[in-house]
Design a protein around this ligand. Structure first.
Ligand code: SAM
Length: 377
């Protein structure tokens, strides 16, 4: 029998596509405004019908809305940089693809000038190697984003994600029902979970997870170790009920992609930038109590890090690796400057200008020279 969640978009799925939309808004804007990218490929490997019985919008509608906005924003700037987008929506259920096709037409959110739209009804297992092949042969000025949103984890293998990333021109967002995986891992691991985990890490190196959150963290670290330093791995936790954690994992080889995903996460979780909790008292997604960002743990970590002299570029990477925004680092450094405990110098040893920290992508990209060094007294 079909589960109700398969016909209805529930609140945890709404958060899932909210993060997808928030990230793609940033991604498409970058892609539409860079002279280095001409074509972007978007693959939705498990697309669903686009609109659910309760009216909720699924990933295809969310992405096309972001695409349309980015396209027309770029067009209004008349910069002639606008990239072309090639979208592929796949679902092995033909009926869902037919419904999706109809829903997209009726919503009038795609115009031929934005690029192409393709539909297919392949099994993911068959489609994935084909997409890997396409990604491997992309020319330099083409990029790709792959969204993988299966019902369970059994359909997906980590080796497939690794293959999808191997050209370093693509980013992957993967949804996993980590809660079910964790429960299974506690009570006699089934073959399918063994297979999934063994594909990421040798079994004797897989640590025991005490809680569902531990499980997510262990998985993220195992993904990161498997992919190595050329890639960034991030997670976004969606908790449906107490102790029911689902998770989106994001993979990119580009530090600015990692930066923008953090920005998207903090837009949704303004306190911790790491996930979303179902608030039973309210059905509104964004009515969580906002106390401002929790930066006290980061402040301690930053202080320990600045016991040694660090460059503005080191600080950028460190801030992102700690899951924080550069604005948080800047705010802390300003406070320390006012308190007289920050030493900020230019590369020639002279004192740096007050409030000039150069922590961000703009001062990092294109192998720029270090602009300043920082340490605490
Ligand atoms: C979780 S839903 C996708 C939801 C969608 N991303 C959204 O935001 O609305 C999973 C979809 O994958 C499809 N599916 C299941 N197994 C598949 C497979 N092996 N290959 C391709 N599609 C599959 C199902 O028909 C279902 O529509």
């Amino acid at each position: 029998m079909k589960k109700k969640s398969q016909d209805h978009l529930f609140i945890h799925s709404e958060v899932k596509v909210k993060l997808l939309g928030a990230y793609l808004q940033r991604y498409f804007n970058i892609m539409s405004n860079t002279p280095f990218v001409n074509t972007v490929h978007y693959y939705d490997m498990f697309s669903g019908p686009g609109i659910y019985e309760n009216g909720g919008e699924g990933s295809p509608l969310i992405i096309l809305r972001e695409l349309k906005e980015a396209h027309f924003r770029a067009k209004s700037r008349k910069t002639d940089l606008s990239s072309k987008y090639k979208c592929l929506f796949n679902d092995k259920d033909l009926k869902k693809i037919e419904t999706l096709c109809k829903n997209i037409k009726e919503a009038k959110i795609h115009y031929p000038e934005m690029g192409t739209l393709d539909y297919c009804t392949e099994d993911y297992k068959k489609l994935c190697p084909e997409v890997v092949k396409q990604l491997k042969s992309l020319p330099k000025d083409e990029k790709a984003f792959v969204f993988i949103d299966p019902y369970g984890y059994k359909d997906v293998r980590f080796s497939e994600i690794r293959d999808l990333l191997s050209s370093k021109k693509s980013e992957v967002l993967l949804f996993l029902p980590t809660h079910f995986m964790f429960r299974f891992s506690e009570n006699g691991t089934p073959e399918s979970l063994h297979n999934f985990i063994n594909d990421v890490v040798p079994e004797d190196q897989w640590p025991k997870s005490e809680t569902g959150l531990d499980f997510v963290e262990n998985l993220k670290q195992a993904f990161q170790r498997n992919l190595g330093d050329d890639f960034f791995v991030d997670s976004f936790i969606i908790s449906r009920d107490k102790n029911q954690f689902f998770c989106l994992f994001f993979f990119t080889s580009h530090i600015y992609g990692f930066d923008r995903m953090l920005d998207a996460k903090w837009e949704i979780d303004a306190e911790d930038g790491r996930g979303w909790k179902f608030n039973a008292a309210s059905s509104n997604l964004f009515s969580q109590v906002i106390n401002g960002p929790n930066t006290s743990k980061f402040e301690k970590e930053l202080k320990a890090y600045l016991k040694e002299r660090r460059s503005n570029k080191d600080l950028y990477v460190f801030t992102l690796q700690k899951g924080h925004l550069t604005s948080h680092a800047v705010q802390i450094l300003k406070k320390w400057q006012d308190d007289g405990i920050l030493v900020a110098t230019l590369p020639d040893g002279k004192a740096a200008r007050k409030s000039a920290f150069y922590i961000g992508w703009e001062s990092y990209k294109n192998n720029q020279e270090v602009k300043a060094y920082f340490s605490t007294k």
